[in-house]
Design a protein around this ligand. Structure first.
Ligand code: ATP
Ligand code: MG
Length: 240
């Protein structure tokens, strides 16, 4: 059973269709990377997958339930976590930010779990710092930590490592890969970085002007792109 199945899904804002996906399925436990130029609709797709918006038309099924007909219940919505392109942290300590979602869920051993995930992202020593004093890379790591600590079934990542240095990119990628490997977390990640897609993804999709022009296993996507847009994108001929 696929985690998601999209069927003729469109999203239209003010009469302008920015997303038009004929078909897309996401399989449990896979890492699907979505690449594509700026404005292609990548973040819009993630918002739909996170149930933050309803599509203008078409069907999204989540674990075989059609979302448009019956909005997913709290448990289903909580099984999906989106890390935003520009995450907002609460004006509280790093530890409080990471603990927040767990407390909402009335989880047990909040302290222990927060400490463990902060150690994992290399921020144990910053646990008591106010979130606003962190560097950009540290904030992005907190945003990922706060998602991972919830152990979601589905993790949606919007440019998780944009503007990070290679060391932080490596740390973040390790966390993403570990969550996928150890918890079998299904991951849909948007990235501008085709090398990152190559390192992390099982399948890669190219979104182009709202359309998914190609979705293929990573090896085929990079070695034998079937669409001219993919070839152009991979050759760096696309102007962002
Ligand atoms: N709420 C909205 N209202 C109106 N237009 C929107 C809205 N959200 C997105 N758009 C438009 O939809 C198009 C796709 O936006 P989206 O943010 O999904 O692109 P993207 O692929 O994530 O781009 P980037 O790589 O720059 O983040 C853009 O032209 C954007 O201006
Ligand atoms: Mg975006």
């Amino acid at each position: 059973m696929p985690v998601y199945a999209l069927n003729n899904v469109t999203q239209t804002y003010n009469g302008r269709t920015v997303l038009d996906i004929t078909a897309l399925t996401v399989q449990p436990g896979e890492v699907l990377a979505i690449v594509g130029p700026s404005g292609a609709g990548k973040s819009t797709l993630l918002r739909l997958l996170a149930f933050l918006e309803r599509p203008s038309a078409g069907q999204i099924a989540f674990q075989n339930n059609v979302v448009n007909e019956q909005w997913p219940d709290l448990a289903a919505r909580r099984s999906v976590t989106l890390v935003f392109q520009r995450p907002h942290l609460l004006r509280r300590s790093v530890a409080a930010n990471v603990a927040y979602g767990l407390k909402l869920r009335r989880a047990s051993d909040v302290k222990g779990r927060v400490a463990a995930v902060l150690a994992q992202v290399g921020l144990a020593e910053r646990a008591g710092a106010m979130a606003g004093t962190l560097s950009g890379g540290e904030m992005q790591r907190v945003a990922l930590a706060r998602a991972l600590v919830l152990q979601p079934d589905v993790l949606l990542l919007d440019e998780p490592t944009a503007n990070l240095d290679p060391y932080n990119i490596g740390l973040m990628e390790q966390m993403i890969a570990t969550a996928n490997l150890m918890q079998r977390t299904t991951i849909v990640m948007v990235t501008h970085n085709i090398f990152q897609a190559r390192r992390l993804a099982d399948r890669v999709g190219l979104l182009w002007d709202g359309r998914l022009v190609e979705v293929a296993a990573k090896e085929a996507f990079f070695a034998r792109p079937s669409s001219p847009q993919t070839a152009a994108f991979l050759n760096g001929e696309v102007v962002y």
